[in-house]
Design a binder for this molecule. Structure first.
Ligand SMILES: Cc1cc2nc3c(=O)[nH]c(=O)nc-3n(C[C@H](O)[C@H](O)[C@H](O)COP(=O)(O)OP(=O)(O)OC[C@H]3O[C@@H](n4cnc5c(N)ncnc54)[C@H](O)[C@@H]3O)c2cc1C
Length: 491
């Protein structure tokens, strides 16, 4: 199969033999039309979007298989395993690091037809759901049982249960419900050779290591998640929020830390630096907004907001207009501004890491300073969200102007692409490097994918070798999502 659109990714691409294509067609719905192959050559990785704007693809698959059952997934895996052809699973393709792009070509397994809530155990609060189910479909099916799962990434309506698990994501309520890792009670997984694993569900277990967790964050490299059992809790009886003005980012971090250390876990607790506060919350650039919102049993909500208020005041906070919380809810999933900047040929991207409280302020300062020092950088800002008893996520947003003469016309040409790629690379190099040097993790919830693969050896150290050994055992021909960050996995 050849694409009329030039491919931008380097490295080998595997053809799919005609015999495999015929066998795939017999096994399940299989697409080879250009538009669908092009769509499956990209996710929301800003470089892939920039290439798509210029009529290019990252790397096209030769076919998109769309199994509608676990048995059909097993058949697809067995066939690709037998032919030693790459098989990359794609959910909503809302990942922002190229994780779902078939870097070595071959076959994409779309989970689009593998959707729906299979069952709800309302007494235990356990939801059995197929991997291709998207956020709204999941919660709409669970709500009539008086339950909510509560995993709400900004990409809620773009992403799937399998993608949440594959990328080990975190939703906006994670400070109360945990990241997706805490919500997974069990998994059904198909291995590269078609072997079927059922892991759990169980509330807890001491019967050996937790094998299900091996597939959480594996980005489709170790197995294909076909079904999950997710934990759900009763729909909240009370909701309340408050907003605070903090004199500095460090003071805000101090307040968040104290609240978490005191046992408060508000559903939403978000701190914005001065610049993001001015941009999004009407600040004048001299203070930082801290938004808190909780939803749970009324006593818990009252107690949580009281603890946060005490901790904020102890750091010099003053009360701010509580409508800031309502405004955040009204706009929290709006990404239209992002598209506008991408279409103008600007660099806009985000970088999220986790760090212990003791290092969080240094990480926030170090990363912003490093990115802002890159020639062409227009802004580098941070907010702190997703808090834990021992630390939190620092989420950076950065914008750069490659300085070409083309921007502003909504139709950037190929001429500016080198400058855009170079600036994007330099800003990442500065930011991710500074984060790792300051003691942060490689990622908090976006994962590694294609884009962060180059930092995996530095960030993961010897554990990367252990993961590679596990990969060789589970996927001896290296067919699952090859060309990414686990070494030696190329089919
Ligand atoms: C506007 C926007 C906002 C976002 N906000 C958030 C946020 O708040 N929190 C957050 O965590 N992320 C966020 N993301 C990133 C992205 O939405 C998440 O990573 C999401 O979990 C990906 O789900 P998906 O279904 O789109 O997966 P894809 O992008 O299709 O795939 C992601 C990875 O998971 C693997 N995968 C997919 N399905 C399976 C499966 N069934 N079995 C095994 N592996 C699988 C893929 O191979 C790939 O490696 C955002 C993205 C966008 C574009």
């Amino acid at each position: 199969v050849t694409s009329a659109r030039p491919e931008r990714l380097a490295g080998p691409s595997r053809e799919v033999p005609a015999a495999l294509l015929d066998a795939l067609r017999a096994a399940c719905t299989t697409h080879v039309d250009d538009a669908l192959l092009d769509a499956h050559s990209r996710d929301w990785w800003p470089l892939a979007l920039a290439w798509a704007h210029r009529g290019m693809t990252a790397r096209r698959p030769a076919a998109v298989a769309e199994p509608a059952s676990t048995e059909e997934v097993r058949a697809v895996a067995r066939l690709c395993h037998a032919h030693r052809v790459p098989l990359t699973v794609a959910g909503g393709r809302s990942g922002v690091l190229g994780a779902a792009i078939p870097a070595r070509g071959g076959v994409v397994l779309s989970t689009r037809a593998l959707r729906g809530v299979v069952g709800v155990d309302a007494e235990s609060g356990l939801v059995e759901v197929l991997a291709g189910t998207m956020g709204p479909e999941l919660e709409d099916a669970v709500a009539p049982h008086g339950l909510v799962v509560g995993h709400h990434p900004q990409s809620f309506s773009l992403s799937t249960v399998g993608g949440w698990i594959g990328a080990r994501g975190a939703g906006q309520y994670s400070t109360r419900v945990g990241t997706i890792a805490a919500l997974v009670a069990g998994l059904e997984v198909v291995l590269a050779d078609g072997t079927l694993l059922r892991l759990g569900p169980e509330p807890a277990s001491a019967a050996g290591p937790d094998l299900a967790s091996l597939f959480v964050g594996a980005e489709g490299t170790l197995g294909i998640v076909t079904r999950a059992w997710l934990r759900a809790r009763p729909l909240p009886a009370a909701r309340a929020g408050a907003a605070w003005r903090l004199p500095s980012l460090a003071a805000g971090i101090g307040a968040m830390r104290a609240a978490l250390r005191a046992g408060a876990t508000p559903a939403v607790l978000r701190l914005y630096d001065e610049r993001e506060t001015r941009r999004a919350h009407g600040g004048d650039g001299t203070w930082c907004a801290l938004l808190v919102h909780d939803e749970a049993a009324p006593e818990l909500v009252d107690a949580t907001l009281a603890v946060v208020a005490r901790c904020a005041r102890a750091e010099g906070a003053e009360s701010a207009d509580p409508r800031l919380v309502d405004a955040w809810f009204a706009h929290r999933d709006d990404v239209s501004g992002l598209h506008a900047l991408t279409a103008r040929g600007w660099v806009i991207d985000t970088l999220e890491v986790a760090a212990p409280w003791a290092r969080l302020a240094a990480v926030a300062d170090g990363v912003r300073t490093a990115i802002a020092a890159v020639p062409g950088a227009r802004s580098a800002t941070v907010h702190v969200s997703h808090s834990y008893v021992d630390g939190a996520c620092a989420y950076f947003t950065f914008v750069g102007d490659p300085g070409d003469g083309d921007r502003g016309h909504g139709d950037p040409g190929i001429g500016d692409l080198g400058a855009l790629e170079a600036l994007h690379g330099a800003m990442w190099e500065a930011g991710q490097g500074a984060a790792l040097r300051a003691g942060a993790t490689l990622s908090h919830h976006h994962g590694i994918g294609l884009h962060r693969a180059r930092w995996a050896p530095e960030a993961l150290g010897a554990s990367l070798g252990t993961l590679a050994a596990i990969k060789r055992t589970l996927d001896p021909h290296g067919i699952l999502n090859p060309g990414k960050w686990i070494p030696g996995d190329d089919a």
